[in-house]
Design a protein around this ligand. Structure first.
Ligand SMILES: Cc1cc2nc3c(=O)[nH]c(=O)nc-3n(C[C@H](O)[C@H](O)[C@H](O)COP(=O)(O)OP(=O)(O)OC[C@H]3O[C@@H](n4cnc5c(N)ncnc54)[C@H](O)[C@@H]3O)c2cc1C
Length: 413
């Protein structure tokens, strides 16, 4: 019998990892998910465990670049015009986060999670026997001009100063390692220590199945609000019957914003919507993940074919997808890999949950002792899910946390 009970809202990769880590600490755990676990942002990502990705998205000089990018139809940054009033405060904070001293601090904070990322996953993957969904084959960043490589110098140096191992290659060396690459590539950076999943959804599925096998419950319901007692929430109000709660974890990706607001915590969380295209039968193999710096697309050979991902479209999370954006990704993927023929087998959009300072919220609610927050992992939610779950379980059991959570406080905005 479990004497402690936790309710985790949201069955994406972050919620699933929170549920598993709490379960390992002896909690009886219920995961509340309104759809199918792993079907939102966690379904179609690029699959990288981006342990080298300490560099935040707002870098010095962003104020000059963003307006130009928003007006360029080929740019990877998009903003739905009807979303401008809501997005403006987010962009203001984004620009503030690009000051050099803040960039250094944000990179260090991101890195503090990234260096624990694989350790946070390892026990979960082993217990679920999900190792077949993980590959340790590295990542390569490509550049099509010396100017593009020079423009990346600051970000590469930030990585190096945060302990990331990188090998600098010329175009021919890159093509020896990855023969499918275009002759346009003149420079590349190999990151041999980066690993990935070959199917993010299957990984979610395997972890969620293990959670259930060990006595966890998945409740199919939409969380709508809370009944609050003297010590915090006592009941979760849903589209069905209310659910009694003891410890509550909000891990509902981009939809966490309204749930947190109902509990008195207001966060600038926006959907940075990304797209993917899948090529089921490409006729060649990629040996590692490839990220094009010039084209802002990532390409990975997944279990079911080659997946190209990209674009940050700031828009309402549930607004209809604009598949012309997916077509742009297809064009860039073909320029990078000239043998990538045929029509994509599928196209997809999912909302990255993004804060303007490129850091998640991980911590206890400032207003309710029995509530914990775990959301806003932007481009790194797959990577950071395991360690996030571990940290939430450490907080819930009152143990010292493996990572200093000060930079991730919910009330920092
Ligand atoms: C194109 C693309 C490429 C990416 N590549 C990578 C990568 O290579 N590496 C990486 O680390 N990350 C990557 N990411 C980011 C990563 O996918 C996300 O950060 C991560 O999936 C977020 O997980 P999550 O569990 O927080 O949210 P989600 O996966 O969105 O899950 C949230 C869940 O909460 C549920 N929910 C919401 N509201 C409620 C409610 N009220 N009641 C009940 N349930 C609710 C939803 O149905 C959903 O299942 C990428 C993202 C995209 C879009």
């Amino acid at each position: 019998m479990n004497t402690r009970h936790a309710t985790v809202i949201g069955g994406g990769i972050v919620g699933i990892c929170c549920a598993l880590h709490l379960q390992r600490q002896g909690f009886g755990v219920r995961l509340v998910e309104r759809g199918e676990p792993g079907r939102a942002a966690s379904f179609g990502n690029s699959g990288s465990f981006g342990t080298a990705s300490c560099v935040p998205f707002a870098l010095p000089g962003v104020l000059k670049r963003v307006p130009r990018m928003l007006l360029d139809p080929e740019s990877p940054l998009k903003l739905r015009w009807n979303h401008v009033p809501r997005a403006l405060p987010w962009f203001r904070r984004f620009v503030e986060a690009s000051r050099p001293e803040r960039v250094e601090a944000i990179a260090a904070a991101r890195n503090s999670l990234l260096i624990q990322a694989l350790a946070g996953y390892a026990p979960l993957i082993e217990a679920a026997d999900a190792g077949r969904w993980v590959a340790h084959d590295g990542l390569m960043m490509t550049f099509e001009s010396e100017a593009a490589f020079a423009a990346a110098a600051y970000a590469l140096d930030l990585r190096r100063r945060n302990g990331v191992h990188m090998d600098i290659l010329d175009g021919n060396e890159a093509r020896q390692m990855e023969p499918a690459l275009s002759p346009r590539i003149v420079r590349a950076v190999s990151l041999p220590d980066v690993s990935r999943t070959i199917d993010p959804f299957r990984l979610c599925e395997a972890l969620a199945a293990d959670f259930v096998r060990r006595g966890g419950e998945i409740a199919s319901a939409e969380a709508r609000g809370f009944a609050i007692g003297p010590e915090g929430p006592v009941r979760l109000l849903t589209d069905g019957a209310p659910i009694d709660v003891e410890t509550v974890v909000i891990a509902a990706g981009v939809w966490s914003r309204s749930l947190a607001a109902q509990l008195g915590t207001h966060v600038p969380l926006e959907a940075e919507r990304g797209y993917h295209v899948m090529f089921a039968d490409p006729g060649f193999a990629l040996r590692r993940a490839v990220v094009s710096a010039d084209r802002s697309v990532s390409i990975s050979h997944m279990h079911e074919g080659i997946r190209a991902t990209g674009v940050s479209e700031i828009a309402a999370p549930d607004a209809p997808a604009d598949m012309r954006i997916a077509d742009r990704i297809t064009r860039h993927a073909r320029a990078l890999l000239p043998d990538l023929g045929g029509e994509p087998a599928s196209r997809w959009m999912g909302p990255r949950p993004s804060h303007p300072d490129s850091k998640p919220v991980i911590g206890r609610s400032p207003h309710h002792r029995n509530v914990f927050f775990a959301f806003g992992h932007d481009h790194l939610g797959l990577t950071m899910a395991g360690i996030t779950g571990q940290l939430v379980a450490e907080l819930a059991t009152g143990r010292p946390t493996t990572v200093d959570l000060e930079p991730f406080r919910p009330d920092r905005f």
